[in-house]
Design a protein around this ligand. Structure first.
Ligand SMILES: Cc1cc2nc3c(=O)[nH]c(=O)nc-3n(C[C@H](O)[C@H](O)[C@H](O)COP(=O)(O)OP(=O)(O)OC[C@H]3O[C@@H](n4cnc5c(N)ncnc54)[C@H](O)[C@@H]3O)c2cc1C
Length: 554
């Protein structure tokens, strides 16, 4: 058996693995990613890229590339609720097209003070972009049709046994990250168990789901009302959701199986009948792919790391996909771990940086899985009566009630700035608290705050030529010191020297104007590579070495 050596082995090339490879590759860390499949996913899977994920893609320089993927640029991303898709439209939450989103965000404030709005796009397209980006990085190697069958954690290195159809070999590395999805081989090798709720039964999004990726020229003719991105049906016979994939002819259809329907044994005729039942009429379509999955998990791994091995993404937490949080939480794991691993490998980061991964990301996974469970309860516990579809006064009354319910539910599940921007790392050993209290955690409301431990508040800046730029575009790739006091650069000396001695890359950025100072409620703020406020103050620290030691986890 041959033996190779690298800095980091990533097992799994889904969103978590690919983004981690990009974060490491951008920092010139030698990384090999192994995936057992022959390519990125060919199934649509996740359909929503949240605004915070888009902000990370912007930081990495490819948010615009992602925003061009999927639906046509002028296609609205509404969520619409129907009895059947050719029947009554009950409720609709209107959301902008990709083209509108780019401009709209520049005029939004409050909860939506952000550099990016969400993008409704299938994971299949996002993974293609992530793959393209990762292949451009010299220190990253992507190896498909390579299955990792065994991992060993030694004191000073890790080893992975890799199997292809031709040979078996061992790779050693400083660190190994299991981004290998829900059935994670890495997690099983570590003996880590998942904690939380399994197989919760609900009338909808609680049980076996049948997923069909399909294509049909006349599907849009059969669906009532204006185009939407997500279609959800509500009737007593069969519940489903139907997401538009390309805005022309492709959709993904997910319906919950009823008792007596065997998830491993559904004939094509049964699939077609299920679809017709949800459409309210029979429509011709081609099946691209069929699969099944289980809704009803709210699970988080008891630990996200053991020594030199870490878990990220679905290997570390399992969601019911309501709220569209699984892939987005996976991305945030990769962002959090990427800069820390690179810092430790480059030796400017200390061991507490890696310890902080568990402390920061475990509570985030518990928080996000619980939000998803709440949305599943709300969606799945609505019990449509048979008269909901009747052309009677009782039917009208029930439809009006359902309309109220889903107009409220739609906003709650799909307007979630609080979830996407409001996650916090309070109590982390690499955050310097200033004693201030963060605002309460709410799903649908985000209150910008520079209280250390949360996302840096965003602001649109106007330059002298009148061009609008994002505050985030001013940040350096690693740490950034924001100065809001008019910017006498000479006083930065001790802090920048301390950062330099610690080999921490620190960009100093002066932001003019009272608005930014007001927003940050301080003269200075130190921002981490993942755009989290690590420290703020009106004066620069008297003992900058101490702050730098905290930030670097030493
Ligand atoms: C119907 C549905 C809708 C969803 N909608 C959303 C949504 O709107 N928004 C959202 O955020 N999330 C959504 N999700 C969840 C989302 O798809 C997952 O959370 C996401 O794919 C997790 O990414 P990951 O990289 O952690 O794992 P995965 O995407 O599962 O990738 C794991 C990779 O590891 C590889 N692998 C596994 N074992 C090995 C091994 N031993 N060796 C080598 N390679 C291995 C696999 O081939 C795979 O490529 C949805 C999920 C479903 C089922």
């Amino acid at each position: 058996m041959t033996q190779l050596h690298t800095d980091v082995i990533i097992v799994g090339g889904g969103p978590a693995g690919l983004l981690l490879a990009i974060e490491l590759g951008r920092r010139q860390i030698r990384t090999i990613l192994f995936d057992q499949d022959c390519s990125t996913t060919i199934n649509p899977q996740a359909n929503a890229t949240q605004a915070r994920t888009m902000e990370h893609y912007r930081r990495l320089g490819f948010a615009n590339e992602v925003r061009t993927q999927g639906l046509p640029p002028n296609y609205p991303t509404d969520i619409a609720y129907f009895t059947t898709f050719s029947g009554y439209e009950l409720a609709r939450f209107q959301l902008p097209s990709a083209d509108e989103a780019k401009d709209l965000i520049k005029n939004m404030s409050g909860s939506w003070s952000a550099a990016e709005l969400p993008h409704r796009v299938s994971q299949m397209y996002v993974e293609q972009v992530l793959h393209r980006q990762a292949t451009r990085l010299k220190s990253v190697a992507l190896r498909y049709q390579h299955e990792v069958t065994k991992v060993i954690d030694n004191i000073d290195h890790v080893e992975a046994t890799v199997v292809t159809d031709k040979f078996t070999f061992v790779v050693s590395a400083q660190y190994l990250i299991g981004c290998d999805g829900p059935r994670s081989t890495v997690r099983k090798h570590l003996g880590i168990t998942m904690e939380g709720e399994t197989n919760k039964k609900r009338d909808f999004v609680g049980g076996y789901m049948h997923a069909v990726y399909l294509k049909g020229k006349h599907l849009y003719d059969a669906i009532n009302g204006d185009p939407a991105w997500m279609h959800v049906n509500v009737n007593h016979r069969r519940r489903c959701f139907l997401a538009a994939i390309d805005g022309k002819s492709e959709f993904v259809f997910h319906t919950q199986l009823k008792s007596g329907e065997d998830k491993d044994n559904i004939s094509e005729i049964q699939t077609r009948n299920m679809f017709a039942e949800c459409m309210g009429k029979s429509v011709d379509f081609d099946i691209i792919n069929r699969s099944s999955w289980t809704a009803g998990f709210t699970l988080v791994a008891e630990k996200l790391s053991v020594d030199r091995i870490f878990l990220a993404g679905d290997a570390a937490h399992l969601f019911t996909p309501t709220g569209g949080l699984g892939y987005n939480t996976a991305i945030e794991d990769a962002v959090n771990l990427g800069w820390k691993l690179a810092a430790v490998i480059k030796k400017w980061g200390g061991s507490r940086l890696l310890d902080s991964y568990q402390m920061e990301r475990h509570p985030s996974a518990v928080r996000n899985t619980n939000y998803a469970r709440g949305f599943a309860e709300s969606l799945g516990s609505f019990k449509p009566k048979p008269e909901l579809e009747a052309h009677t006064s009782e039917g009208s009354k029930l439809r009006a009630e359902a309309s109220d319910y889903f107009n409220r539910h739609g906003r709650e599940e799909f307007n979630i700035p609080g979830i996407t921007f409001g996650n916090r790392y309070d109590g982390s050993p690499i955050i310097v608290s200033d004693g201030s209290e963060p605002p309460p955690d709410r799903a649908n409301m985000y209150q910008p705050t520079a209280c250390p431990g949360g996302r840096a508040p965003h602001l649109w800046l106007q330059n002298t030529t009148g061009k609008t730029t994002s505050l985030y575009d001013q940040f350096g790739f690693e740490f950034t010191l924001l100065c809001f006091d008019g910017g006498d650069k000479n006083i930065m000396g001790p802090l920048t020297s301390a950062a330099k001695s610690a080999e921490l890359l620190l960009s100093v950025v002066n932001i003019a104007g009272e608005e930014a100072r007001e927003l940050y409620q301080s003269n200075f703020a130190l921002i981490r590579p993942d755009q989290i406020v690590a420290w703020r103050g009106d004066q620069l620290p008297e003992e900058p070495e101490k702050i730098i030691r905290t930030l670097t986890g030493k």
